[in-house]
Design a protein around this ligand. Structure first.
Ligand SMILES: [Mn+2]
Length: 246
């Protein structure tokens, strides 16, 4: 398990990020088709939460095998990883079941272990280089004001500080619920998901792109953001505020 995975400039195609997928890969493919995503040269970076809630969580292995698809570890991946830590009191399993994890628990223990191993290999953070600068990708938030300090600490700080950073990276909603527009320094932009909004919420240079494609009754949709132009598909409507979902 590595903390940070770094990608060089994509010299031949486009790079996009997408918000939480939660087992809706068919719907994701339709969104990719709508932008003529070219699997031969384009790359797609997921902010994590690939599994749970939706109907196709068990296709996560097929998607992670695609050479153009990359993801960080969200809190739902973390719940799958921790599901095999058997806790007689229920613990993580009960929480996971209450949060859309039922698809996992009807399986054999070896299948469950394979999914856990696969997701444990995902990095906590991705950095994508492009001609305009580095874009950082993390599921929920960067707990430091500086991206450089954040990534340095993930690779060098002591275990308790790393635990704190990981918990915030996978679970925190503090930035968006406190309307913190300060942004993160030493990085061009940061892509996060985890907190669904009606349209992308841009807080300083932190892009909240989980527009709830996984929500019931087709309430939400996938947003794809181009990592060079930082333009969203569908585009942000400047006349509407972003509003937290649910
Ligand atoms: Mn999440």
């Amino acid at each position: 398990m590595s903390m940070i995975q770094r990608f060089d400039i994509n010299a031949t195609g486009r790079d996009f990020a997408v918000g939480d997928i939660h087992g809706h890969f068919t719907k994701l493919q339709a969104a990719l088709d709508s932008i003529q995503f070219d699997q031969a040269v384009d790359r797609l970076f997921s902010v994590g939460d690939l599994v749970d809630r939706g109907p196709e969580s068990d296709e996560v292995d097929v998607w992670l095998a695609k050479p153009w698809f990359h993801a960080v570890r969200g809190n739902h991946e973390q719940m799958v990883i921790e599901s095999r830590r058997f806790d007689p009191g229920g613990g993580m399993r009960d929480m996971h079941l209450a949060n859309g994890g039922a698809w996992l628990y009807g399986r054999s223990s070896s299948e469950m272990g394979s999914f856990a191993d696969l997701l444990a290999d995902l990095p906590l953070v991705i950095e994508v280089m492009n001609p305009a600068g580095v874009v950082g990708i993390v599921h929920a938030d960067c707990a430091y004001q500086s991206w450089k300090e954040f990534t340095w600490a993930l690779e060098n700080a002591g275990p308790s500080e790393v635990d704190h950073l990981q918990a915030a990276a996978q679970w925190s909603r503090t930035r968006i619920t406190s309307d913190n527009y300060n942004g993160v320094s030493d990085v061009r932009a940061v892509m996060v998901g985890h907190t669904p909004t009606r349209q992308p919420a841009v807080l300083g240079n932190v892009y909240h792109i989980d527009t709830g494609a996984w929500l019931p009754n087709d309430r939400g949709h996938f947003t794809l953001i181009n990592l060079v132009s930082l333009e969203c598909t569908p585009p942000i409507n400047p006349k509407l505020c972003w509003d937290l979902e649910a």
